[in-house]
Unconditional design. Sequence first.
Length: 286
Amino acid sequence: MQARQSSQLTPLPRVPALDPAATRLICTLLRSLEEASPRDMLDLALEEELDELDPLRHLREDDSDEDGAAHLVPVQPPSIRNQTVELIFHAVTDTIPAPITIKLSVDASPGCGGIAWPAGEVLGSYIARKGSESLRGKNVLELGSGTGLVGLVAGALGAHVWITDQAPLLGIMKQNVSLNHLASHVTVAELNWGEPIPADIPRPDLILAADCVYFEPAFPLLVQTLVDLVSDRSTEVLFCYKKRRKADKRFFAFLKKEFTWEEVADDPEREVYSREAITLLHLYRK
């Protein structure tokens, strides 16, 4: 395995894994954004504008109820537990169109990553349409895999895949590898953003990342991990995300210090998913 070049970035502190209550809360909030009506989105936009004008306004709200803070956003139980879904991707295998069916165990109890998110489905569909010829035999690494959906599609197309995430999600990823009989192609590994890359993960030919822009303290850590993995333009990076908040721009402020990017132009579904605020990018190391 090639030695990784050392990064010149200042070492970053590790952000510890969120406890189950916090991950359930984030999951609930993101789901609410997914289902928000246009009026809801206008209200959210107004809240963001007010926050920019007066960042401390929430601290000056009526605090006569000492316990009120605990009830502002009640923690809700996960709405998805131990379910199995099937997703079909239309692939090109040896120049012959063929559907790929991925069985996916989904469970929100270990965190938001335990369910399927829209950017993951978009990225999975894109690599399926590119076909097995573009992936067969390549080393592929998926970051923030969650259920492992995108990596499973890559494995079904013949790639050697490492699907990675934090420890609480390793169980559901292993379950999904087994459900799809892909143990010979897909390996599950723990990878915490901002920490050294595990020695048993080889340098990837392709990095996949979908719906990884949602937790602001992790933004610089994700960029650090991309820097550690990508030393030059010989490694391809496909990065798919759904815009939900203005704060997402802060991730790209970190990213542009080390990478440039451009939208993927050869996806026939681009016009469809762009209406859902989903963008698929190629990232290039500066």
